[in-house]
Design a protein around this ligand. Structure first.
Ligand code: PEP
Ligand code: MG
Length: 320
């Protein structure tokens, strides 16, 4: 049930000592974006553009795409909106981009990789994004899903530049990108950790399979270590580029504290979780969050990491 504590949340992500961690929303279209703005989101950290076109068996036109993107941008005038280029494949097939007969779709041509087999679609999407951004007030950032190498990040940045987009970034959701974050981030302006896929690929456990749920949690020490390596990679060579989280991990208030302690700069989540995450974040200082991050990293299992951290956050009891 909604407690008094939740009602007090003012929409701003900050620790008890004033360290800012903007709380952003994950959206799939304009309807979600309007709802998220109403729930106090400070912007959008993940706009899953493929959700706009799941029913389509042909590529949407540039005009049609630009209209769909602008409708989301318009819900956040003056605010940051991080748009992700089409993440087709695996759990989100798009008939005009993906091959339904692939034997291992999660390891197949998905996300950025569809540019290998269907060139042109990404360029046209970037053209639509640039047009929509120029007609809106939002601060539009653009990132590619399923980036595995620095070379891919570099090519994506070039395509963005050619389209007139100055804020290219990548999702870090493949372990290789986390392990090479320093070189990946040399190519682009920011990274956003997709902890759903990062967990799936680190643990070699299909994110949709119930029997593997114990393996498939971002509380796994291996996953937390990959988050830490990404942040450390960003700090190397004076990079210090923003590293956010946009996977479901950010919506778990205790884990949001740990991620903050690991050094992530923004948290993006389903809008209904914003108040709980913001409320819990306000009860710890940055130093306490860092201590909890060390505690979680030292745990021998996901269960212990979660239990140890939760035991140190009494506010969770009030939230129920
Ligand atoms: C993720 O993988 O964590 C993510 C945010 O993207 P999606 O869930 O859309 O794959
Ligand atoms: Mg993903």
């Amino acid at each position: 049930e909604t407690s008094a504590t939740l009602a007090e949340f003012d929409g701003n992500g900050t620790t008890a000592d004033g360290h800012l961690v903007p709380l952003l929303a994950n959206v799939g279209g304009a309807k979600d974006a309007v709802a998220a703005a109403g729930l106090g989101a400070q912007g959008v950290g993940l706009f899953r553009t493929e959700f706009c076109f799941l029913e389509r068996d042909t590529e949407p036109s540039v005009d049609e795409q630009a209209a769909a993107y602008k409708a989301v941008f318009d819900a956040f005038p003056g605010k940051k909106v991080v748009l992700r280029t089409l993440d087709a494949g695996a759990d989100k097939p798009l008939p005009f981009l993906t091959d339904a007969t692939e034997p291992n779709p999660a390891l197949g041509v998905r996300g950025y990789r569809t540019d290998f087999t269907t060139p042109g679609v990404l360029e046209r999407q970037l053209e639509a994004i640039a047009r929509a951004a120029s007609e809106s007030e939002a601060d539009v950032w653009v990132m590619a899903p399923m980036i595995s190498t620095a070379a891919e990040a570099g090519r994506f940045a070039s395509l963005c530049a050619a389209a007139g987009i100055q804020t290219p970034g990548v999702m870090v959701e493949v372990p290789s990108a986390a392990l090479t974050a320093a070189t990946v981030l040399r190519e682009v302006g920011f990274a956003s950790l997709g902890t759903n896929d990062l967990t799936q690929y680190a643990m070699a456990a299909d994110r949709q399979l119930g029997p593997l749920a114990e393996l498939n949690t971002p509380w796994q020490p291996a996953v937390l270590r990959l988050v830490q390596l990404t942040v450390e990679g960003s700090a190397q060579e004076g990079n210090n580029k923003p590293v956010g989280v946009c996977g479901e991990a950010a919506a778990d208030p205790a884990l949001a504290v740990v991620l903050t302690g690991l050094g992530v700069t923004t948290l993006s989540m389903t809008a209904r979780s914003l108040a709980a995450v913001g409320t819990v974040l306000k009860t710890v200082t940055l130093e306490q969050a860092q201590e909890l991050a060390r505690l979680a990293l030292s745990a021998p299992s996901a269960t212990e990491a979660r239990d140890w951290v939760r035991a140190k956050l009494p506010v969770l009891e009030e939230l129920g």
